[in-house]
Design a protein. Structure first.
Lengths: 253, 346
């Protein structure tokens, strides 16, 4: 196999240098060794190596390749661990560089951003809005505690001798009202059907039938209506619904 | 005298006789030659009746004319009317309403017949029971053969009862069908809840295969619909983002996806386009639709709301959720419809 003279010279020089370091070889031995090495059959480079070389030298898609490379680093087990002694020395010399575990919240935020980037963008946009101050009239009303009937505290039914008693009673009443609303109107915010709102015509039917259980949390509001008239709907949408159901809906047709 | 005008007195007489029969018997008018019905149960382990597979295409691939009575019990009111139905076997069909016997009070009787005829075409396609997928039917429904010799409009039918194997709720639906085994055409059907309360009854009073449809307004679908390929990316097919639910009611699987175009004449404004995804459990269907939005807008910060209305066995919802106008309908517990919306637009 013909070899490149420059390559042979470089190899002989490297072998001589190595022999000199050991002090046990001659120049002739280095040349023989170089010829022997150059005489070995050449092995083809792995295709992946050729691809990597081309990718490294090719200017196109550099950004995409960089992203892919970073993404590969993020894969579990992709990053080689530093040798333990190196990590120890680094920790001694630079305590702030010691490996730390990211907070779970950060992982959750990254996962949420990757799975639903639009929601993340919406949250950031809404979070950057400047909070508007409450109207002065509202502040004035809060400054003067009142009973549930709207009268200034002291004349209402929830009169209290404590300075904050009116607000406390008001707050407790609101909490009680909220609990009642949840108990009495379970379907208002995506609760299980059949417990509130309109029920289909007829008796309850087979009592052995199991009520469906939620499989995913709902993040939107559900409003139940007794009839079509109360639901906000356009004429075109009414026609579409009737087409989907194959029914003529009441309530204003 | 046209055929329609001539037929009305006859239809009225037929309807009156049918009503009397129902009132007297207090039950379906389908009778069997053998008297007491010998109930033969054919559940999941047994072979399904061979004609079930033909039921889906039968209303369109069978040439016939017939007159049927439709009785629908909806929210305390009753629709009771006669339909003239015809099909030429090539996909075109007609539904006309020559006689209306009972209507909910809010309907104007003068407008009821054309409205019922228009909606009746949709009912013919989506309300009338049909086997949408035989394999799924075998998985999700028990098919009981009640009789093999029921007579409907002079034709011998198999009388079947279909119950969902695992009821989705206490308000589940039970179907009784009278099917002509030669064609797969459903000549009578009744829908009731698990307690036996009837919600819908339809029965052909007359039916003639290969009848004369020359005087009928035969048409295919009324809404312009383009079939989409759900095995491919849907957004390029629509030219806009497409939202499909990822969580369906138990036993339901995607059947088809369409792009519907509601013309400006109907909307009163611009062309209205909706993507419609249909899920089926072999017999029932659940529909999810969302309006096509070709504008580039910022994500909506408001989660939105869904308005739910129950109508007969149906529950349908309409709302704007996460900035997407959505519509959902099905004879399943509303929770499953809410989950369709949740997993589609979030």
């Amino acid at each position: 196999m013909a070899s490149d003279p420059a390559l042979r010279d470089a190899l002989v020089a490297a072998l001589r240098h190595a022999a000199a370091q050991r002090g046990d070889a001659t120049a002739a031995a280095a040349e023989v060794a170089a010829d022997a090495l150059l005489g070995l059959p050449r092995r083809a480079a792995p295709a992946a190596l050729e691809g990597a070389v081309v990718a490294a030298l090719h200017a196109g898609q550099r950004g995409a390749r960089a992203v892919a490379a970073v993404a590969d680093l993020a894969a579990p087990g992709a990053r080689p661990a530093a040798p333990a002694p190196l990590a120890e020395r680094l920790a001694e010399a630079l305590p702030s560089a010691a490996p730390r575990v990211a907070p779970a919240e950060l992982d959750a935020r990254v996962a949420a951003a990757l799975t639903d980037p639009e929601a993340g963008l919406a949250a950031r946009l809404s979070g950057s809005l400047t909070p508007q101050p409450a109207p002065a009239a509202l502040a004035a009303r809060l400054a003067a505690p009142r009973g549930l009937d709207g009268a200034p505290r002291g004349r209402g039914r929830f009169q209290s001798v404590q300075p904050w008693g009116g607000r406390l009673a008001h707050g407790l009443a609101l909490v009680a009202a909220a609990v009642l609303a949840v108990v009495l109107l379970p379907g208002t915010f995506g609760g299980a059907p059949g417990l509130g709102g309109p029920t289909p015509a007829g008796p309850k039917g087979d009592p052995s039938a199991v009520a469906p259980q939620p499989r995913v949390p709902l993040t939107f509001m559900v409003r139940r209506h007794q009839g079509l008239a109360a639901a906000p709907i356009t004429g075109a949408e009414r026609g579409l619904i009737e087409g989907v159901l194959g029914e003529l809906l009441g309530g204003g047709s | 005298m046209s055929r329609r005008t001539f037929a009305r007195p006859l239809l009225a007489a037929l309807a009156a006789a049918w009503t009397a029969a129902c009132d007297d018997a207090g039950s379906w008018s389908v009778e069997t030659d053998t008297g007491a019905a010998a109930v033969v149960t054919q559940g999941s382990g047994a072979a399904l009746p061979p004609f079930l597979g033909a039921m889906r295409g039968a209303p369109y691939q069978t040439a016939f004319t017939g007159t049927r009575r439709v009785v629908l019990h909806r929210e305390g009111a009753t629709f009771d009317y006669i339909e003239d139905v015809g099909a030429d076997g090539t996909g075109r069909f007609a539904v006309e309403v020559p006689l209306v016997s009972a209507l909910p009070p809010e309907f104007d009787p003068a407008l009821a017949a054309p409205l019922l005829a228009q909606r009746g075409r949709f009912g013919y396609r989506v309300r009338d029971p049909q086997v949408t997928d035989l394999a799924q039917l075998a998985l999700n429904w028990d098919v009981h053969v009640v009789a093999r010799d029921a007579r409907v409009a002079g034709h011998t039918c198999w009388r079947l009862e279909l119950r969902r194997r695992a009821p989705l709720s206490a308000h589940d639906v039970v179907y009784e069908l009278a099917v002509d085994p030669r064609t797969g055409l459903v000549l009578a059907w009744r829908e009731a809840d698990l307690a036996g309360q009837v919600r819908s009854e339809v029965e052909y009073l007359t039916l003639q295969y290969g009848g004369d449809t020359s005087g009928m307004d035969l048409r295919e679908r009324d809404v312009t619909a383009v079939d989409l390929d759900p095995t491919q990316d849907l957004a390029p097919q629509v030219g806009a983002p497409v939202h499909l639910p990822t969580l369906t009611p138990p036993g339901f699987a995607l059947e088809e996806v369409e792009l519907l175009s509601v013309p400006p004449a109907v909307t009163g404004g611009a062309l209205d386009e909706w993507v419609k995804a249909v899920f089926t459990d072999g017999l029932e269907r659940v529909h999810f639709l969302h309006r096509v939005d070709r504008t580039v807008a910022l994500p909506q910060a408001q989660p939105g709301a869904l308005d739910l209305v129950t109508f007969g066995s149906w529950t349908f919802g309409l709302g704007t959720v996460n900035g997407v106008r959505v519509m959902v309908a099905g004879k399943v517990p509303s929770l499953y419809l809410e989950e369709l919306v949740q997993t589609a637009v979030f």
